[in-house]
Structures are given as structure tokens and as C-alpha cells.
Design a protein. Sequence first.
Length: 345
Amino acid sequence: MQPKLLSLVCTVFLGLLVDDGLRSLAEAREFRLGTAVSMMPFRRDDQYKAILAREFNVIVGENCFKFDAIHPQRDRYEFRDADALVEFASANKMKIRGHTLIWHNQLPEWLKEGNLTRDEAIAALTNHIETVMGRYKGKIWAWDVVNEAIDQAGDPQHFREDSFWYKAIGPEYVTIAFEVARKADPGARLYYNDFDNEAKDEKSDAVYRLVSELNQRKLVDGVGWQMHISNAFKIGKEHRDNIRRLAALGLEVSITELDVRLKLPANRDALAKQARTYGDVMRFCLSEPNCKAIVLWGFTDMYSWVPQTFRGEGDALIFDRDYAPKPAYGAIRESLSKLTPGLSR
Ligand code: XIL
């Protein structure tokens, strides 16, 4: 048996024996499995933090790196929470994703209501990216430089027209953001992140065109697929076709915000189906060489954005409200433990 394969077999076997979480299984195959972190339990709940470090090797701030949180006033940045996450990641040898620099949501009043001229808006974007990326230079694995700039119903190139940045600067804001980001931390992986861009269709075509152009100038490294999905989701040819055309450009993909929401109350069948959906997405990512990570948008149903956002839906994550692993946890574990040839990486 080859040494690498032998070590994988041993680690998986030991992992199953001592039950030390998904993280060791992921690491045995050099896979990145992550979660979003909510600051409230992070500050108050030791069990939450213990699970984070045991189960995952990537974290992302659910809100604390966003513009309104980290740059609440024109001349004031607030780094306390983001610093705490970066320290936690480093103490626990985890990678950290930075989410997100330029987005149309969660912007501070001073920016939205500031009547900025185009030049002032470009200066604000530049200052923000340079300051935030500069502070964490060398410490952030991947940055979602721009989030959700493409909209199916947008302008001829499908840019989202109701975005503050589009209105203030024009569609060039995306390229400008990537140019500034590349200079600010040349070692960080730079991502364009969006929702509903997994399947090969009109929206992902627009994303593809955008990242192709950025890529010609070596300004982008990957595309983030948020994947806030429901149980109806199934991986199909349209997902493989899309990830492979990105691979052909030399771009990686990370699944950046995975959750699988259920109609409430969820019964056993729904939980079993949810497990299959998580397993399906895991196997897909493990089998596509340019799929670099799966990051869940939280891990316990106690803290999830779903119930506030999708009426009547919830229970979207892999631990229940009491931190008991759900069937979905078992499905991820199983897909990580399988020694299927071609799936090892
Ligand atoms: C969500 C957070 O989970 C919520 O706590 C917050 O109130 C709103 O934003 N796409 C994204 C994420 O890129 O940043 C969003 O996170 C979920 C949708």
C-alpha cells in the first residue's frame, strides 16, 4: 500500500475508533470543512467553541467582518470581534475565510446616506479593503472580495443594479475591488461569492463571464457557491458542467455557506433526506479536484439565520439545538470516511 494511502486508512480508522470529530477525517484527506461563527455563542458558550475546534478546520465570521460591523463610521473601524476570530483560528490551527469586503447589504449609514460622489465612493471602497485586508495580511486564507454582484434581472451583463456600489461607481466597482484586494494581500485567495450560481444556467453564465475577465488579469482565484438550499436540491450534470468550466479556467470553487433548510416541524423522514442532501454535496465536492472546501453556515440549529429569513423553515444544520449530532452529521462523516478510489485527495 502506498504510504499516503496507508496513512489515510490509519487516520480514518483511528478517527472512527476514538470518535474525535469530522475534522480529523477531513484532514486525513486534506479536505477543508468549515463553519460560520456567530459572535454571541462564541463569546458565551464554551461548548460551542469546543465543537468548533473539534469538528472544523475553517471558520468564517457570520457577520463580524461585514462592512457595517467592522467599519461603522467613516473614520472608525471596529476590529474586536474579527480579531477574536483570527486569534481563535490561529490558536486552533484553522484557516479563516474573510466574508465579505464589498456587498450591497449590511452597509453603515455613513456610507449609504453619505451622498458620496463616484470618486469618494471609490476612495471609500479602496480605503476599506486596504485597511481590513492590511490588518489581517497573511492571516486570511481566502477573502470573499465581492458578494452577490450578479443578478438574473440585472443590467445587460446581469449586474445587480440596486446595489449601492453599482449606483455609486458603476459595474467597474467589481474590478476595482479585486485590483485593490490583490495588492493589499497578494498571498490571500480572492473569491467572487454568490447564491444560486451552482448550476450551469443564465446566472452562472454571467458569473462565469465576470470571473473569466478578472482571471485574464489574474485578479481572482475562486468562485464561492453559497448553497443555501432546501431538501429538494440534487447534484446533477449542470453542477458538474459548471464546476468543470471553472476548473478549465484554473479557478477553484468553495461551497461557502451551506445549509439545508426543512419545513418545520421536521419529521424523521425529512431529517433522513436532509442527511442524503448533505452527503450528496460532500461527495460532489470531494470528487471534483478544484472544489477546495465546504463551509457550513453555522453548525447548530440553535444559531442559524434560516428561521428568521425563510418563514416556516429551519433545522438546516448538522447539530440540533442541544448540540446532538443529527443524521446529516453522520452523512458527512460517512462521505469523509469512505475510501472510494478517485475520491481521495
Ligand atoms: C446573513 C447572516 O447569517 C445573518 O445573521 C445576517 O442577519 C444577514 O446575513 N448570504 C451571505 C451571508 O453572503 O452574509 C448572509 O448572512 C446570508 C446570505
